[in-house]
Design a protein around this ligand. Structure first.
Ligand code: NAD
Length: 490
């Protein structure tokens, strides 16, 4: 690595207030060159049970006021801020995204923690005017929000810091205890977050019980089944693949479940827009984090008569990106997280070219670029059934699909089992409104790409892309329950 983290990080799990090891450990490798950068324990099933039991006991013992929960999260934000450079380097070491993107993720995580801290003060209920029904004029009713208990937070590899914060922040804001389970290939950044939470608990003037926050590492299926089966887990917040999300949905019984899953997001570039500007945003949206983003631009839909102009602009934008070592200044696109992700993208690319798509730029991978690196690649002549269009591709591919008119663009946007987000570039408000009404996705973004997201926005997919919403206020609602309190005056 050109600039590695100071030392190899051999980390432990946080269970019941203690940092503990396991009998077995697994290495964590730098995706760009495969060098081992650290290791984490492979939790035994009993250790996962211990973490959940500790969280349950801490939840029962905790009596943090809303202000104290605000302080805990706000102090955690300060701890992350203080360690920002260190955490960004850990993130790039294990995940492989360019350091500039890792710094951006750390900055967002600080904001997500601060937004969660503020939301702790806003656990509002509602006063219900009872005189709305005949015969209840002398009655009163209000609702209050209460925490659920133990929340399990299971996260994927692509944003190992901010996606964990999106669960842990709102869960703690609502007054719950937490067990975190980061992805096996990117656990070190999440552990750094739990170190910050642990340190923040010591800093603030409140009695934070051991076990309020716990983190276990290791195999998803082994830890996941314990989480699914343990009665004390009241809510599971999962971000990851649709296959695992469906398994959780089918095996979680009466637990509250939030599922943020895969996507095959379309972005439409219409003929009345600034094509260069749209193309630059689309290429950025398709290639950031080497395309390993759930709401990245997966399919570019354009009317036939501007295909050439759009493809030229996409090629200019793609060729302006620098491919290389994620620790080098100026690198825009680095490697994929592991061999499996890389090989999936190679297979999808080769099958799409074999099916007749044209490589307009890029198309090189591996070799001198690095073992898991793929160039930003614009493909034209892509039919909807070709793999690059039909499947979620976690790589920097930009497949262009032509449509005859706007109705066909909407139909094609909806031609997927996923429904995470969509983008549309147009100056026509009627088209914008029509897309908003007719595209079957959790978010429709006008004059920007599918990947548009601020951390307090409601965010979550339809269809196979998920159930429930993230975004601080919405996640706090998921992680709490509304109780009715009625007063009868007689
Ligand atoms: P993954 O589903 O393989 O793993 C996600 C997490 O689930 C990991 O922590 C893993 O260890 C764990 N896991 C695996 N099997 C499990 C089981 N049986 N029970 C419980 N947990 C289990 O996903 P990934 O490869 O890490 O991430 C990529 C996927 O995540 C893509 O499909 C992407 O679209 C999706 N994603 C979605 C969003 C969103 O907000 N919608 C955001 C980021 C990523």
């Amino acid at each position: 690595m050109s600039q590695e983290v100071a030392t190899r990080l051999d980390k432990q799990m946080l269970i019941g207030g203690e940092w503990v090891d396991a009998d077995d450990r697994t290495d964590v490798a730098h995706p760009y060159d495969g060098e081992v950068v650290g290791s984490v324990p492979l939790a035994s099933e009993q250790q996962v049970v211990d973490a959940i039991d500790a969280a349950e006991a801490a939840f029962e013992a905790a009596s943090l006021s809303a202000y104290q929960r605000y302080e805990l999260l706000s102090e955690t934000a300060r701890q992350v801020e203080t360690r920002a450079d260190d955490i960004a380097r850990i993130l790039t070491s294990e995940q492989g995204k360019p350091l500039s993107e890792a710094r951006g993720e750390v900055d967002r995580a600080v904001q997500t923690l601060d937004l969660s801290a503020e939301q702790a003060k806003r656990m509002f209920g509602e006063y219900v005017p009872m005189d709305a029904q005949k015969g209840f004029a002398r009655d009163h009713c209000f609702t209050q929000r209460e925490p659920l208990g133990v929340v399990a937070a299971i996260t994927p590899f692509n944003f190992p810091l901010n996606l964990m914060v999106h669960k842990v922040g709102p869960a703690l804001a609502a007054g719950n205890a937490v067990v975190g389970k980061p992805a096996t290939n990117t656990p070190l950044t999440s552990i750094a977050l739990f170190e910050c939470l642990d340190d923040a608990a010591d800093e603030i003037d409140a009695d934070v019980p051991d076990g309020l926050v716990n983190v276990v590492t290791g195999s998803g299926s082994a830890t996941g089944d314990v989480i699914l089966e343990h009665d004390a887990v009241e809510a599971i917040s999962f971000t990851g693949s649709t296959a695992v999300g469906k398994y959780i949905a089918n095996n979680s019984g009466m637990k509250e479940v939030t599922l943020e899953l895969g996507g095959n997001d379309p972005t439409i570039i219409w003929d009345d827009t600034d094509i260069e500007e749209a193309a630059a945003q689309v290429v950025g949206g398709a290639c950031s984090n080497a395309g390993q983003v759930c709401n990245s631009v997966e399919r570019v839909l354009v009317p036939d008569h501007i295909e050439g102009e759009v493809v030229d602009a996409l090629v200019d934008a793609a060729e302006s990106l620098t491919v290389g070592d994620p620790f080098d200044d100026g690198t825009d696109v680095a490697s994929m997280v592991d061999d499996s992700q890389f090989e999936d993208v190679v297979d999808i690319f080769e099958a799409t070219v074999d099916a007749g798509a044209t490589v307009e730029c890029g198309g090189n991978y591996g070799g001198d670029l690095g073992p898991r690196t793929f160039e930003p690649t614009v493909l034209s002549g892509v039919d909807p059934e070709m793999p690059a269009a039909a499947e979620e591709t976690f790589g920097p591919l930009v497949p262009v699909i032509t449509v005859s008119d706007f109705e066909a663009a909407i139909d094609e946007a909806n031609n997927t089992n996923y429904g995470l987000e969509a983008g549309l570039f147009t100056q026509d408000i009627d088209r914008a409104k029509r897309a908003a009404d007719e595209i079957d996705a959790g978010g429709v973004n006008i004059n920007t790409v599918s990947g548009f997201r601020a951390d307090h926005m409601p965010y979550g997919g339809f269809k196979d892309s998920g159930v429930g919403k993230e975004g601080i206020k919405y996640a706090v609602e998921h992680f709490s329950r509304e109780k009715l309190v009625g007063f009868h005056q007689g």
